[in-house]
Write a protein that binds this ligand. Structure first.
Ligand code: C2E
Ligand code: CA
Ligand code: CA
Ligand code: CA
Length: 279
């Protein structure tokens, strides 16, 4: 399946690319797509293994392309990133998330934090945080309800810079998490030197832990280290009950994955705010 998905995304990337030879054309198509509401977010629930209740969700973007149907992020994010358009998309997603939280507050629904993914291009822009804070404050959304997920591999050579950006975000009371933790080369340095709230254990990290003792030992000790450092651990890509059981045994705090729920449409997620028990 993985192989099919990869070639599928290559295919779409090629289609988009060939149709959008000119950068200015891509910009136009993108701006129109945003304006016409072709982009939207789906929400994937996260559950606490201890309380077995909902603790929040991750916002994931989708593109409902008029000609090509529903596109997954891998089919357009690399292209947008290459042309410096991903920042605009991330801002759009953040704005959607603020609108949602505001709406739930108005309806008197229980509110849980929502995490959003942040692209690299952002982090080297000095207006970055100001823009984020201004947007979120415009909606009057409490900073503690927004979590920023930053991928470990984005900072391959620049843990110091990452450290500064994250410290500053945390000084505004946002939650920060390291996405795809364990997929890069700086994981331990980050645990040691960087102030973070959450690590999201990469899916690949869990692969094979069912059968292999070594994998299990590594995951177990990463979770134990995080715990001692006051960092919440989230396991993502949990697909089987065996994985879920093992993660609970190893003391992982939070789980996210198809075994518990696929990413949901807004209305489906709203139903979980009322009945927040693990299915
Ligand atoms: P990610 O941040 O690591 O998000 C998790 C991905 O794993 C999502 O794919 C999710 O649908 C998928 N997933 C969740 N549970 C499972 C599972 O049990 N098994 C498997 N195999 N997959 C699972 P999605 O939605 O296709 O997003 C892919 C990537 O695109 C994300 O990876 C993230 O890096 C990026 N992305 C998505 N939305 C945004 C966005 O708004 N902004 C930016 N900058 N990046 C985004
Ligand atoms: Ca993520
Ligand atoms: Ca991830
Ligand atoms: Ca990933």
């Amino acid at each position: 399946l993985k192989e099919r998905q990869t070639s599928g995304s290559l295919y779409y990337d090629e289609v988009l690319r060939s149709e959008l030879l000119e950068e200015s054309e891509l910009e136009k198509v993108f701006a129109k797509a945003i304006k016409d509401g072709e982009f939207y977010v789906v929400l994937q629930p996260k559950y606490s293994l201890q309380t077995r209740r909902l603790v929040g969700c991750e916002a994931l973007v989708r593109w409902d392309h008029p000609g090509k149907g529903r596109l997954a992020p891998s089919q357009f994010i690399p292209l947008l990133e290459k042309h410096n358009l991903l920042v605009t998309l991330d801002m759009f997603v953040l704005e959607q998330v603020c609108t949602l939280i505001k709406g739930w507050q108005n309806k008197g629904l229980p509110i849980f934090p929502i995490s959003v993914n942040q692209s690299r291009s952002y982090l080297f822009n000095t207006h970055y945080e100001r823009t984020l804070v201004d947007l979120i404050d415009r909606y009057g959304v409490s900073h503690q309800l927004i979590e920023f997920e930053l991928t470990e591999s984005l900072f391959l050579n620049d843990v110091k810079h990452l450290s500064l950006v994250l410290a500053s975000l945390r000084s505004h009371s946002f939650l920060v998490s390291i996405d795809d933790f364990g997929s890069g080369y700086s994981s331990l340095t980050m645990l040691k030197d960087v102030g973070i709230d959450v690590i999201k254990l990469d899916q690949g990290f869990l692969k094979g832990t069912d059968e292999h003792h070594r994998g299990k030992v590594v995951v177990q000790h990463v979770i134990a280290m995080a715990k001692q450092l006051g960092i919440t651990t989230v396991a993502e890509g949990v697909e089987t009950s065996e994985q879920a059981q093992m993660l609970q045994l190893l003391g992982c705090d939070v789980v996210q994955g198809y075994f518990f729920s696929h990413p949901l449409e807004i209305s489906e997620y709203e139903a979980l705010l009322i009945d927040d028990r693990l299915p």
